[in-house]
Design a protein around this ligand. Structure first.
Ligand code: PEP
Length: 251
């Protein structure tokens, strides 16, 4: 069966407006359009407006969203402000969970808000090193999925993109081995089997120190449908090399 991929770059708190524009133009020049590979960039909010219409080959998402439409929420961004600018929203990145103390109950509200506004949530889940060492990885993943998806209908769950990101592999240079990643991706797919028909259609991305050198082995795993990339998405050469790898496998 032909494999399709999403290759997503999370820029986090990096790149000015000018740097973002230069990056998108350079990447657009460098890559071929490929039906089997969707390319997403999550820039800082300040760059979204300037790059949202720069390339037909690159889709734009926001790194966060607030769960209310308007009101006294200083510093937050409403889905109404993102409409027509982005199609995707990152929800529950481990940095949001850990540094900004976002709870699964907050993420559940954010997912519902995104869906209400026809934005596709990219939901991040993953375990800490301590949880992995205690043998609690799958239990942790199940708990996050159960709580984050609480009250959602099957049809809504189908428009969510999942990103498995072991926290110990984010920004550390350590990557889950392809077998470790596949084990968790297969488990997520099994959990989704209980919630939706055709769970094989759902995209489950892997994130955690993905680089050109390890991307082929990770993306070749049966249940890995793409990558969410932090560090290597900041350099056009590295990010486009991973895109090229995915294009070769998607063929
Ligand atoms: C991330 O921030 O989602 C991520 C996976 O970062 P990195 O690729 O740098 O590990």
């Amino acid at each position: 069966m032909k494999k399709e991929f999403i290759i997503a770059g999370n820029w986090k708190m990096n790149k000015t407006v000018e740097e973002s524009i230069d990056f998108i133009k350079e990447l657009d020049d460098k890559i071929e359009a490929n039906e089997g590979v969707r390319i997403l960039i999550f820039p800082p909010f300040t760059s979204i407006y300037s790059i949202s219409n720069l390339s037909d080959k690159i889709k734009i998402g926001s790194q966060n969203i607030f769960y209310e439409d308007r009101g006294a929420y200083t510093g937050e961004i409403s889905p109404l402000m993102l409409k027509n600018l982005v199609d995707y929203v990152l929800i529950g990145h481990s940095e949001r969970r850990e540094i900004f103390k976002e709870l699964d109950s907050d993420l559940n509200k954010k997912i519902k808000t995104a869906l209400r506004h026809k934005l596709n949530p990219v939901l991040c889940i993953g375990e800490t090193l301590e949880q992995r060492e205690r043998g609690e990885t799958l239990k942790r993943i199940k708990k996050q999925i159960d709580e984050d998806l609480k009250g959602l209908k099957a049809q809504e769950i189908k428009s969510i993109i999942f990103a498995y990101e072991p926290i110990w592999a984010i920004g550390t240079g350590e990557t889950a081995s392809p077998a470790q990643a596949q084990e968790v991706h297969g488990f997520i797919r099994k959990l989704l089997e209980e919630k939706v028909e055709n769970p094989e259609d759902i995209f489950i991305l892997y994130g955690g120190s993905v680089k050109p050198e390890n991307s082929f082995d990770l993306l070749s795993q049966k249940d890995i449908n793409g990558a969410l990339i932090g560090g290597a998405s900041l350099k056009v050469d590295l990010f486009s090399a991973i895109i090229e790898t995915s294009c070769k496998i998607a063929k």
